[in-house]
Design a protein around this ligand. Structure first.
Ligand code: CP3
Length: 352
């Protein structure tokens, strides 16, 4: 592994002292940046942007050119795996992701291939190599995947549907079949994250965006069980690199203790959680990432600084905090407000 010039993120993950609290922002490369919109226009679509490694590399680096962020994240999407499984990913303007061929029958699930990432996701791995090369150790590069549960919700529903009617019915009526799907996705995600590590990412993050819709026994059975397998699989295939894992379950604040037992190194939390409480519950086991409400970034400079101070104070003194939003940044955020936030976090947390 290359030597990092800025290793605040990795030190915070290991709960070691840092000179300032590291900060990066979920969806930091995206539509709130005018330079992103230019490249996306040039690419023609978001998916073409993801599938063109030179352009994915360019946009991944854009937020780092503007702000002194402490990490870069691969530019891609969680739905590349189902796309590689043959479902035909599309992004409809204003409607979000949709599949041309969602899963309808048991046979669709039985026939799903487990993609070899070196073949059908090679464009992602090429983007990782390009971004890592361009970063040249300036900051760590984060790779990512969706959790099997979150990927399954999109694959079964066909598109984002916050009531999740089809997958709810599967839990009731076809749980064996759902488990077959989740196991296939677990194998696919394990291979995919291991390939990203081999290509040069130094941290991986698992996004369980829809885990929070489940009840506690369901969360353990349909989501966390598979996340645990992935963490064990990537640890076993990357014995020498020991790449840390961040687990983010949106609306998962009631399961912090369960998540801390998963083998992850960091738990990402949304703004419903108090960092002080979370730290009391799990801070002896894992680092914490979060948790400013993204809506604050549309407020005044004074509010942004005050809220940054509040989040830092909520975590309190000591090691193991990675500042982030509690969910992705939204397209309506004025870019200068991100500069204010990064400055506030760094200056307010500076230790001499
Ligand atoms: O954090 C980063 O900067 C890395 C890039 C990243 C994207 N998507 C880029 C993106 C990451 C980590 C994701 C993850 C992702 N994708 C998740 C999990 C995280 C979360 O937010 O909960 C989910 C659920 C998806 C699926 C997805 N992709 C959705 C729901 C959408 C939004 C659709 C919309 O129009 O609002 C996307 C599109 C997407 N992914 C964009 C970006 C920059 C916007 C695409 C565009 O330019 O139009």
């Amino acid at each position: 592994m290359i030597k990092l010039k800025n290793d605040r993120l990795l030190r915070a993950i290991r709960r070691q002292p840092v000179d300032m609290t590291p900060i990066w922002i979920m969806r930091q490369a995206g539509r709130y940046l005018p330079e992103y919109r230019v490249v996306r226009q040039k690419a023609g679509s978001f998916l073409t942007l993801c599938k063109t490694p030179e352009l994915a590399c360019e946009v991944a680096l854009q937020p780092l050119a503007r702000y002194p962020l402490d990490a870069a994240i691969l530019f891609s999407d969680i739905l590349t795996i189902p796309d590689a499984m043959g479902l035909g990913l599309q992004f409809l303007e204003g409607e979000g992701p949709a599949f041309e061929k969602p899963l309808h029958s048991a046979r669709d699930i039985q026939n799903l291939p487990i993609p070899d990432p070196e073949i059908s996701l090679s464009y992602v791995l090429e983007a990782v190599r390009l971004i890592a090369h361009e970063l040249d150790g300036k900051v760590p590069l984060i790779g990512f995947s969706g959790s099997p549960w979150t990927l399954a919700t999109y694959m079964v529903e066909g598109k984002a549907n916050k009531a999740f009617p089809k997958i709810q019915t599967m839990i009731e009526e076809e749980s064996q079949l759902l488990h077959l799907l989740l196991q296939k996705l677990t194998d696919a995600v394990s291979l995919y994250l291991s390939a990203q590590i081999k290509a040069g990412v130094q941290v991986v993050m698992i996004f369980d965006t829809w885990g929070g819709m489940l009840n506690t026994p369901q969360y353990q059975e349909y989501s966390l069980q598979y996340v645990k397998q992935i963490i064990a699989n990537i640890a076993a295939t990357n014995l020498t690199s020991q790449v840390p894992v961040v687990l983010f379950t949106k609306a998962g604040g009631q399961w912090l203790e369960l998540m801390a037992e998963s083998g992850c190194d960091v738990i990402g939390v949304d703004w419903e959680v108090s960092l002080a409480d979370a730290r009391k519950k799990v801070g002896h086991k894992v680092a914490l990432q979060g948790n400013l409400n993204p809506a604050i970034l549309c407020q005044s400079e004074a509010t942004i600084r005050a809220e940054a101070a509040r989040v830092l104070a909520d975590f309190g003194d000591g090691c193991g905090h990675i500042f982030n939003l509690g969910h992705g940044i939204t397209p309506d955020v004025p870019p200068e407000n991100v500069a204010i936030l990064v400055d506030a976090v760094h200056t307010l947390s500076a230790r001499n």
